[in-house]
Structures are given as C-alpha cells and as structure tokens.
Design a protein around this ligand. Sequence first.
Ligand code: UDP
Ligand code: MG
Length: 326
Amino acid sequence: MQNDQAVNHMDISVIVPLFNEEESLPKLYEWIARVMKENKFSYEVIFVNDGSTDGSWHVIQELNRQDDKHIHGICFRRNYGKSAALYCGFKAAQGDVVITMDADLQDSPDEIPELYRMIREEGYDLVSGWKQKRYDNKLTKNLPSKLFNATARRVTGIRLHDMNCGLKVYRLEVVKNIEVFSEMHRYIPYLAKNAGFTKIGEKVVQHRKREFGVSKFGLNRFVNGYLDLLTLWFLNRFGKQPMHFFGLVGSLMFFIGFVAVIVVGSMKLYAIAHHVRAMLVGVNPYFHIAILMMILGCMLFLAGFLAEIVIRNSPSRNDYLIREEI
Ligand code: UDP
Ligand code: MG
C-alpha cells in the first residue's frame, strides 16, 4: 500500500474550469507544463469543460493525445457554472497541493512555485491570490469588487483583499472536505474556515488582460454574491440550530403580542366596570398589531421547529472533521 502511494505520489493538481476558452487553452497548458518542468514537480492538469459551445473540448482532446500522462479532461453535458466545475475538479484531484486557475490566461502559472512553497513550508491550509493591480474594466469590475470584498471581510472575518480570485492553492485535505455548490465558488475561503481550516493566507499575484474571448460573469454577480454571502453567514450561524433564531424571535413576538392583547382587553374591561366610554376592541389599532405579532410569532416558531426536524434527518448532521486522534 505504502509502495503504491510512493509510486503514484503527485505534487500538484492544477484545476482549470473553463467555458468557451478554446483560444487560450494551448498556450495555458504549454505555460503550466514549462513551469512544472523547470521546478521538477510531478503534476496533473484537470481541465473541466463546463459545457463549452466552442471547440474547447476538441482542444483538450488534442492536448490529451499529445500528453495523456499529465492531462485529465472532464466534460459536462451542459453549462453548470464555475462552482460545479470546481467541485468535480476537487473530487478528481490527487496531488498533495491543489491549485485552481482560470483558463483565460488572466492568472499566471509563474505563481505556482511560490504558492506551492507557501503550502508545503509555511503550513497554510489555503492561500488566495490577490490581484492587487487588476486589468479589468474599472467601473464594472474593480470598483464593485472592492465593495464586495470589504463586505465579505466583515461578514466572514477573513482578512482577504480578493476573496473571489480564481488563482488559489489548497492542501489536498481541504478540497476533499469542503463542498462547493450553487455559486459558492466566491466564498471558498469561508467554506474552508467553517470546516475548520483556519490558516488562510494571501499572496499578491500578477494579473493580465484577457487576451481572447469575453468575461463570463456580468454585473448580476454582485447581487447574487451578496445573497450567497447572507445564506452562508446564516447557515454558519444558525444552520445547525435554527430554533436559536426562529424560536427566539418567534417567542419574543408572541410574548409581546400576548401581553398587548391582555392590556387592551383589561383596559376595555376596566372601562366597562367603571362605566367609562371606550373604543371597541375591534377598532383599536393596538389590538390588530398585537394579534399580528402573535400570529407571526407562532409562524416563526413553527418555521424554526420544522427546520430542526429537517436537520434531524440530514445525513450530515453528525459529520465532524477530526484533525488527529491518539
Ligand atoms: N467559467 C466556467 N463556467 C462558467 C463561467 C466561467 O467554467 O459558467 C470559467 C471561465 O471559463 C474562466 C473562469 O471560470 O476560466 C473565470 O471566468 P471569467 O474569466 O469569465 O471571470 P472574470 O475573470 O471575468 O471574473
Ligand atoms: Mg477572467
């Protein structure tokens, strides 16, 4: 077994998600291969073709014919998105160190040796690239991205300048223990942190202009990104104990409503007992607000309770990552 592992040992897996990037691929692979050879790394490049409608898959097949020892291609039937591509790449990766890189030549393979060293020698779980000097459209990308990163830093507590940088490096254990799905590729460092991999670093990386093709993400990335951040924050905070949120808010609302109804009712009874003219309970606005609070309180409580029952049935309810055992 140990022998097997020694024979199959691999230093680096490079994962490249791609959607319609046929022109960039040959140059990208040639560049990665050159860097790997110069540094004597054993490696694989996993191209995940995310339903491209151009000739990208043919290019990958051709590259694989020339060098099937290093090239692994995965081809989706349709476009599922970058997160799906990364998920499948992570599942297939075998190297001790896993690097993700965009296919459009905006990330430089020259960064690989230093990123590798940071994981192996400095003990990082994850190192994210930081495109300090960006070559993208200022108004639609650079500025919103600054705002996005500032928000993400506050919510996640991870001090990264460029959370969504495509160029990242991981220890193998990290990618095998997080699950990227939906559009959560923007928050992989947060996923890693929530899974207990907290040594997260950052390295300033070179960024280049897109040579071929067009960007695949528009402005709606910021709306979706914001909603996803809310989801992740909420999941992390209350995902395992929804009653702590819904139960608390629901009970509080119900309690306030209940007390208000008692007060409104008592005032009416007091008025009747003392023969004072008073408003009909049915037209008293406080009465309606109180009833509304009671109903909403019940519904929130019920939502929390149902969520607890759902979690009780979740297969991952007792999944814990154990670092070591003696
Ligand atoms: N990508 C993908 N599936 C998609 C959209 C994009 O695999 O549905 C890939 C794309 O081919 C590229 C990377 O994700 O390799 C980053 O995309 P892009 O360069 O368009 O993003 P930007 O650099 O503009 O943020
Ligand atoms: Mg790009």
